[in-house]
Design a protein around this ligand. Structure first.
Ligand code: NAD
Ligand code: LMR
Ligand code: MG
Length: 603
């Protein structure tokens, strides 16, 4: 059932070939003069050619010399490298924020140049615009705030959202990332400051999926905050009130969703970093009504399942052995439960048995092992709660150490949001794992919330482990020329392809079938040779390529489920007649690529 296609060697050259045909057509701007210079969508700074300077009223508003895009690029990178040099030795957070600031200023000034430097240096810049630095930025957002980005809808805007949505200047919007700031990474309730996350996710949409930056919209739904520190902070920029709850809360989200889909019926909304109860409730409420998904539940599930399947292969086994893997999941929140349900569904499909599919999975939360004896057992966790009769030697609420010692798992997967939960003792206990090559997924973000560091994992659990973390760590030098490989198990390998595939297929909804197709695609992406080395995911350098593949598989699944209504001038019939290769080419052709496009028609 898992079709293991290999893409390996020609990936990069194929990417380049496909992009060479994607030169945007002339785009005519109706602004003039300083309005253009101050509009980051159109601004080219000193790169405006003389004809455009003449015809757009820019003459005299810029120094006379025209600088090429490449020169601008080099100049920015030089400034960036000198900033790196000048901040050497300073605390990590100071350096990270300085790097974020210089990138953010470019983002505010010239989007084309910003996205080109981001794409070309994604490995270095993703940790700044995305996890972990985006967490630090969100924590300090009210102090760092200089210019708004995206839209802010607050509880005070009730009844006004339908008209407010038309305040957004872009005529078309394809991709929206929405948060209410209630569970930002593992940092808790950050209220309005959580807007940093949708901004970072949409930067990844542009860099990885080639969504046109003029068509993305980060949104903050500010319904208050329960973070006392923020409520008392005189600089805090959000509503100073406790979070709305119950019907009052849902009425705000309902109103926003109606407003968005009234103005942009074809948009896709990604829910991000909602606290668990609202994450599940809103997914359930909207998934059959609007084209939306929850990244923490569904995107994370896909990336984790791909990693779990990779782990089986890394052990030298076949995928048919997946149902025998003993997997301990630490964290029963939106992410942990999302991963469990997708993984258990995969086992059920492979074995053809629903009743026993969850038997090799063990779920823990802050109160330890979850069994059917748990008081106030969350209904969402109930299907994975152990029957005390079937776990001899373990009790309700057993500690992680007890569980690892008893279960001897093949995989330890953390989505708890708590740094260091995989303690030295727990990692050492994993040495007794039944597996020749146990895997550790410390998936919580940002770095300080990871369940363990990469270095500790290799040191305490042994050199033969497979390791993945949600935020990036350096590979670990094991001595004797050996390297402990660090994977980044982050939903960034999933959500851009889910969004892009849904967009270019014109899917009405995002179904489990489409998400499963995305996960299968990522799972089959790596060659056996890479997997043997413990490399479970592609390098972030090839994120556009993997996103195109994931996007194309989502598209094909939408077509198969007769949900694809087409996109632009490509109708559903044309989509249905495309070969697999053609769907990938079509997805690539729909990716925006950052180059300056002419702002005036050639005379
Ligand atoms: N790598 C990724 O792609 C990815 C994706 C989504 C979420 N995450 C990370 O996962 C974490 C959790 O996200 P969530 O949405 O599920 O949060 P959540 O608040 O819904 O759930 C957290 C869960 O962890 C449990 N927990 C807390 N302390 C614990 C402890 N000491 N031991 C065991 N369990 C404990 C809680 O009881 C709860 O069940 C966050 O840090 C987030 O950044 C990572
Ligand atoms: O934002 C990330 O880096 C992954 C994930 O969505 C999270 O909430 O941690
Ligand atoms: Mg998230």
């Amino acid at each position: 059932m898992w079709n293991l296609t290999r893409f390996a060697s020609s990936r990069l050259s194929r990417t380049r070939r496909l992009f060479s045909s994607v030169i945007p057509g002339p785009c005519i701007v109706h602004k003039r003069g300083t309005d253009i210079l101050h509009d980051p969508w159109f601004n080219k700074d000193t790169g405006f050619p003389l004809t455009e300077r003449d015809r757009l009223g820019l003459r005299g508003l810029l120094p006379p010399r025209v600088i090429s895009f490449e020169q601008q690029y080099d100049r920015f990178m030089e400034s960036y490298h000198s900033l790196e040099k000048n901040t050497k030795g300073q605390p990590d957070s100071v350096v990270a924020l300085a790097k974020w600031r210089i990138l953010n200023r470019l983002h505010d000034r010239n989007e084309t140049l910003y996205y080109r430097v981001l794409m070309d240096n994604i490995k270095d810049f993703a940790p700044i615009i995305y996890t972990p630095t985006v967490g630090l930025v969100s924590q300090n957002y009210s102090g760092l705030f200089r210019r708004p980005r995206g839209m802010y809808f607050s509880a005070k805007d009730k009844g006004e959202m339908m008209s407010m949505i038309y305040n957004w200047p872009a005529q078309h919007v394809d991709m929206i990332v929405l948060t209410d700031g209630s569970r930002i990474l593992g940092l808790g309730d950050l209220g309005v400051q959580g807007i940093g996350i949708p901004i970072g996710k949409l930067d990844m949409y542009v860099a990885a999926a080639g969504i046109n930056p003029q068509r993305v919209l980060p949104v903050m739904l500010d319904v208050g905050t329960n973070n006392q520190k923020l409520l008392e902070d005189r600089l805090y920029l959000g509503l100073r009130q406790p979070r709305l709850e119950g019907e009052e809360y849902l009425e705000i989200v309902d109103e926003f969703m109606e407003a968005v889909f009234t103005r942009w019926p074809k948009a896709i909304v990604q829910f991000e970093d909602f606290q668990m109860k609202w994450a599940f409730e809103t997914l359930d409420r909207y998934r059959k009504k609007f084209c939306m998904f929850n990244d923490d539940i569904q995107g994370t599930a896909g990336v984790a399942l791909a990693g779990l399947l990779g782990t089986v292969r890394a052990q030298g086994r076949t995928l048919a052995d997946f149902p025998d893997q003993r997997i301990v999941v630490v964290g029963a929140g939106s992410a942990g439960l999302g991963v469990l349900s997708m993984a258990v569904q995969a086992v059920a499909r492979m074995t053809g048995k629903n009743e026993t599919a969850a038997q090799n999975f063990f779920l823990l939360d802050k109160d330890g092992l979850i069994t059917k004896e748990r008081k106030n057992l969350d209904p969402a966790a109930a299907p994975f709660a152990k029957d005390p009769g079937q776990i001899v030697g373990l009790r309700e609420g057993a500690s992680l150490l007890e569980v690892v010692k008893k279960v001897k798992p093949d995989v330890l997967l953390g989505l708890s949001g708590v740094g260091g939960v995989f303690s030295e003792e727990v990692l050492k206990a994993l040495r007794e794992s039944g597996s020749t090559r146990p895997a550790i997924f410390a998936m919580s973000n940002p770095t300080m919330n990871a369940e363990c560091t990469a270095a500790d994992a290799f040191k305490h659990a042994g050199e033969n482990i497979v390791f993945a973390s949600g935020s990036p760590f350096e590979n670990v030098n094991l001595g004797n020329g050996k390297v402990g490989y660090v994977n980044q198990a982050n939903n960034m390998y999933m959500f851009p392809g889910i969004g892009l595939g849904s967009l270019v297929s014109g899917a009405r909804f995002i179904t489990d079938g489409m998400l499963q197709a995305a996960a299968e695609c990522l799972a089959s992406y790596m060659s056996d040779e890479e997997i043997q080395k413990g490399i479970l995911y592609p390098s972030i350098d090839s994120i556009r390529h993997i996103t195109a593949e994931v996007g194309a598989s989502v598209l094909r699944a939408a077509v198969a489920e007769e949900l694809a209504e087409g996109h632009g001038d490509v109708g559903p019939k044309e989509l249905a007649h495309m070969s697999k290769e053609e769907t990938v080419g079509y997805v690539f052709r729909n990716m925006w690529y950052p180059i300056y496009s002419p702002l005036v028609q050639e005379k």
